[in-house]
Design a protein. Structure first.
Length: 317
C-alpha cells in the first residue's frame, strides 16, 4: 500500500509542474473547453437521453420526463419496426463496400502518379478536385445526375439503349444503395491518393532498382515492395476510412434519405430520422450510442490486431 507521505509528494510535484508551465496550460485551455462543451458534454447528454422517454410528448420543458432504464435499447433490438438487423447489415455493407474500393483505387492511382509519366501535376490536380469541393455540393450534383426523369445518366442510357433502359437509381433499393457507394467512392479516393503518394515518396529508389535486377517488375514490384512497405499506411488508411464512412451522414441523407423505406439507411441516418422526422429523441440517442459502441469495439480490436495497443512488440531495454 502506498505511503500517504509519498502520495503528497507526488501531488506537490504535479502541482509544481503545473505552476511552472501555467502559460502552456493557458494555451491548451481554449481547446480543452471546446472539447468539453462540443464533445464530452453532448456525448454524456446522449447517453442520458437514451435512458429516458424524451420525445415530443415527454421532455424536460413539459416536466414529465421519466427514466425508463434499458427500455429504449430493448425496443431498438427487439422491435421489428426499427429494423435494427437490416440497418446493421446496411452499415456493415456500406462501410466495407466503400472503404476497400476507395483504398484500392487510391493506391492504384498513387502508384501510377508516382511512376515516370508526363503531366503528373495536371493529373494530380484533376484527381483531387472531388475532394477539394464541398461534399454536400458534390452529392447534390450526383443526385441530379441520377434523377429518374432528368438525370444525365438516364438520358445517356436512353440515347444508346432506348427508353426501356431507364433506371430508377434512387428509387430502387438495390440501385439506390449502389448509387450511394459509387458516390462515396468518388468523394473518398482523392484523400487516399494523397496519403499513399506521400508514403510512396519515402520508398528509396534503390529498392526499385534492386527489384528490377531480380526481375520483380509490374505486379511483383507492387506485391513484394510497395504493399509490404506501405502496410502501416494501409492499416491507418483503412481505419480512418472505416470511421469516416461508418459515420458518413451526407451521402445517405442527401442521396436517398435512407429510403426507399430503410433499404439504404445506416446508423447515423436512422438516428437523424428518428430525432428530426419522428421526434423520438431518446430512441435516436439509443441508436447513436449503439453505433458508438460498435465503432469503439471495432476500433479497439483493430488497434490490438495491428499492435498499436495491447499487443505491440516491446522495445528491448
Amino acid at each position: 500500500m502506498a505511503n500517504p507521505t509519498e502520495k503528497n509528494k507526488d501531488l506537490r510535484k504535479i502541482l509544481g509542474q503545473v505552476a511552472r508551465n501555467k502559460t502552456a496550460y493557458l494555451y491548451v485551455l481554449p481547446g480543452l473547453v471546446g472539447l468539453i462543451f462540443l464533445v464530452l458534454y453532448p456525448f454524456a447528454f446522449d447517453i442520458w437521453i437514451s435512458f429516458t422517454n424524451w420525445n415530443v410528448y415527454h421532455n424536460s420543458r413539459l416536466g414529465n420526463l421519466a427514466y425508463v432504464g434499458f427500455k429504449n435499447y430493448l425496443l431498438v433490438f427487439l422491435n421489428p419496426t426499427y429494423g435494427f438487423v437490416k440497418i446493421s447489415e446496411n452499415t456493415a455493407l456500406w462501410t466495407i463496400g466503400c472503404v476497400l474500393p476507395t483504398v484500392a483505387l487510391g493506391l492504384f492511382l498513387a502508384i501510377i502518379l508516382n511512376s515516370k509519366i508526363h503531366g503528373k501535376g495536371i493529373y494530380r490536380m484533376f484527381l483531387i478536385v472531388p475532394w477539394a469541393m464541398p461534399s454536400f455540393i458534390t452529392l447534390l450534383v450526383w443526385r441530379g445526375m441520377l434523377d429518374y426523369e432528368f438525370g444525365i445518366v438516364n438520358k445517356v442510357l436512353v440515347e444508346f439503349f432506348g427508353p426501356k433502359s431507364r433506371v430508377d437509381w434512387l428509387g430502387d433499393p438495390h440501385y439506390a444503395f449502389l448509387s450511394m457507394v459509387v458516390a462515396n467512392i468518388w468523394l473518398g479516393y482523392p484523400f487516399m491518393i494523397i496519403i499513399f503518394s506521400g508514403a510512396l515518396q519515402g520508398i528509396p529508389n534503390e529498392l526499385y532498382e534492386a527489384a528490377a535486377i531480380d526481375g520483380a517488375v509490374g505486379w511483383r514490384e507492387i506485391r513484394y515492395i510497395i504493399v509490404p512497405l506501405l502496410k502501416p499506411t494501409l492499416l491507418i488508411a483503412i481505419l480512418l476510412g472505416s470511421i469516416w464512412t461508418f459515420n458518413n451522414f451526407n451521402a445517405g441523407f442527401l442521396l436517398t434519405g435512407g429510403g426507399p423505406g430503410i433499404s439504404t439507411s445506416i446508423f447515423i441516418v436512422q438516428a437523424y430520422n428518428l430525432a428530426f422526422m419522428l421526434f423520438n429523441f431518446s430512441e435516436s440517442a439509443t441508436y447513436a450510442f449503439i453505433a458508438f459502441l460498435i465503432l469503439a469495439t471495432v476500433g479497439i480490436l483493430w488497434f490490438r490486431y495491428t499492435g498499436v495497443i495491447g499487443g505491440g512488440k516491446k522495445e528491448s531495454q
